[in-house]
Write a protein of this length. Structure first.
Length: 150
C-alpha cells in the first residue's frame, strides 16, 4: 500500500518583520535542509483558523522573530499501514529538520489521488498537439522571421 502523508511543521525564523517574509524564510530554511535528499517533499504554508473560525496567516511575528506553520507532504511507498507510513515520513523528514516540531495532519492511501489525476490528465495534455496547433504556429513563426530580416 502507498500513502500520502501530510505533516505540519512549526518552523522558527529570525530577523523578519512581516508574516510574508517569515513564510518565505521558513520555506527557504526547510527547503535547504531537505534538498537534495528529500526534494520530493512538498512544502506549502499552512492556513490556520482561530477558535471562532476566522482565517489566520500561517506566520506569527513578534520582536523580529516568527513562527511559521508549514505543510510537508510526501508519498510513502509499500507500507503496512497508515501509522507505518506516518512513522516513516516523520523519520525521514524529522532527521533533517532537527529542532522543528512535526505533527500528523493527514494520511490517505495514494491510489485514490492517482486515479483522480493520473491517466486522464496525461491524455488531455497530448490531445491539443494532435489537433493541428502546429500548423497555426508555423506561419506565425515564419512571419516573425521575415519581419526580423527586413
Amino acid at each position: 500500500m502507498d500513502c500520502r502523508v501530510v505533516l505540519e511543521a512549526a518552523v522558527p525564523v529570525y530577523d523578519v518583520v512581516t508574516p510574508e517574509a517569515a513564510v518565505g524564510a521558513a520555506i527557504s530554511k526547510v527547503g535547504e535542509r531537505l534538498n537534495p535528499d528529500l526534494s520530493y517533499v512538498d512544502i506549502e504554508p499552512r492556513s490556520r483558523r482561530s477558535p471562532r473560525g476566522a482565517e489566520l496567516p500561517p506566520a506569527t511575528v513578534a520582536a523580529g522573530e516568527g513562527l511559521v506553520a508549514l505543510e510537508l507532504g510526501m508519498t510513502v511507498y509499500d507500507v503496512e499501514s497508515e501509522d507505518h507510513a506516518v512513522r516513516i515520513a516523520r523519520s525521514e523528514i524529522g532527521s533533517r529538520l532537527e529542532g522543528i516540531a512535526l505533527e500528523r495532519l493527514s494520511c490517505e492511501p495514494a491510489e485514490e489521488a492517482e486515479s483522480e489525476t493520473g491517466e486522464d490528465d496525461a491524455t488531455e495534455e497530448t490531445e491539443p498537439a494532435a489537433d493541428g496547433d502546429e500548423e497555426t504556429l508555423l506561419p506565425e513563426f515564419e512571419e516573425m522571421v521575415e519581419q526580423h530580416r527586413e
